[in-house]
Design a binder for this molecule. Structure first.
Ligand SMILES: CCCCC/C=C\C/C=C\CCC/C=C/C(=O)SCCNC(=O)CCNC(=O)[C@H](O)C(C)(C)COP(=O)(O)OP(=O)(O)OC[C@H]1O[C@@H](n2cnc3c(N)ncnc32)[C@H](O)[C@@H]1OP(=O)(O)O
Length: 303
């Protein structure tokens, strides 16, 4: 396995051991071109675009997986590699996540990865979902979700895993863990992340009903921290990041770790069992039927 990185004009091929320390530990091939000019480093794999301004220490990571930024196995792999590279880059102090697609932050996990595939595929996919959450929830650097559109289920989880959430104040958008609406169940670590953010009672209502909140309702329950006009989402995220970066990194990092490590450790202690649970659950005929019906509903809505 090798990845090809291009820095400026030169190409570097990395073997898997280098990737372990430098970015990728997923045994999948990735191609991440880098273009440097002055203080900016841009990299773009096919689904994730990274723009790092090393003069401010702020990286903007944009999801670009049209039409709806669904999180496929490839998307998740590229996403985790990008975050690992930024975590190791000393010139990066904070990461803003946002979407390059209009109106959609992310439609969540790619349902097609959980439908009509083999148990081995489900296991591989689920491990990549665990990887991204473990990376994000325990991320050493400051993270802000600049939520510029719909953000159901896995999309909401990614936003919840950031340190701060700014959402476009567009009453048509929705955010929430809607898994039960699909006939599936948010696993315990999705639930823990929600409970840690909005509290137990709100999470009880939210998860059981599979509630999707308007931006103003999301602000009321603390699911997001701030609403701004749509055109200001990224600008506000950058200003907010600058304020957070005034705090010494080590002090902020240790505080974050104290609060989040027990939640991360819970999944680390039971990853294999969690994967088995997922594979057994999603392989059930009844669950496959629910997912099939949901996919049909999504298609018919358009007709
Ligand atoms: C025993 C105890 C067990 C314990 C539990 C164990 C294990 C846990 C088990 C399961 C956990 C799974 C966790 C799942 C998390 C998820 O994230 S599931 C995904 C949830 N996402 C959604 O519900 C969003 C669905 N999509 C939409 O609502 C809309 O698409 C939209 C995002 C609002 C955008 O709307 P619009 O702009 O109108 O676009 P379209 O609806 O026309 O969509 C365009 C095409 O994209 C396809 N698509 C949409 N979302 C997804 C998706 N998530 N995955 C795959 N594909 C998606 C849509 O079908 C359209 O396709 P076509 O163009 O028609 O081909």
């Amino acid at each position: 396995m090798a990845a090809v990185l291009r820095r400026g004009a030169s190409f570097i091929c990395l073997g898997s051991s280098q990737l372990l320390s430098g970015g990728c530990k997923h045994g999948r091939t990735c191609i991440l071109p880098f273009f440097s000019s002055n203080n900016r480093n841009s990299s773009s794999s096919s689904k994730i675009k990274v723009d790092l301004d090393s003069s401010t220490g702020i990286a903007v990571v944009k999801f670009q997986n049209p039409p709806v930024n669904s999180m496929s196995l490839d998307f998740l792999t590229e996403f985790v590699i990008s975050l690992e590279k930024l975590e190791l880059d000393k010139s990066c102090r904070g990461v803003i996540l946002t979407s390059a697609q209009p109106k959609i932050f992310s439609a969540g996990l790619d349902i097609l990865e959980m439908y009509g595939k083999s148990p081995e595929h489900y296991a591989e996919f689920w491990k990549s979902v665990q990887d991204i959450w473990l990376k994000m929830y325990g991320y050493r650097k400051m993270t802000i979700a600049a939520i510029n559109g719909f953000s159901p289920a896995g999309g909401c989880l990614v936003a919840l895993s950031c340190d701060y959430r700014i959402m476009a104040d567009n009453p048509r958008y929705r955010i929430g863990l809607n898994e039960t609406q699909l006939g599936i169940v948010a696993p315990f670590w999705f639930k823990d992340t929600m409970v840690n953010t909005v509290g137990h009672r709100t999470a009880e209502l939210s998860l059981q009903f599979g509630l999707m909140y308007s931006p103003s309702d999301a602000l009321k329950i603390g699911l997001v921290d701030q609403l701004v006009p749509e055109e200001n989402v990224l600008g506000t995220a950058t200003e907010t990041m600058t304020k957070w970066l005034a705090i010494p990194d080590h002090a902020r990092e240790i505080s974050k770790s104290m609060l989040r490590k027990p939640t991360v450790d819970r999944l680390l202690a039971s990853r294999d069992a969690d994967t088995k649970n997922f594979v057994n659950f999603v392989s059930r005929d009844s669950i496959q039927k629910s997912l099939g019906l949901y996919l049909t509903m999504l298609k018919e809505r358009k007709e």
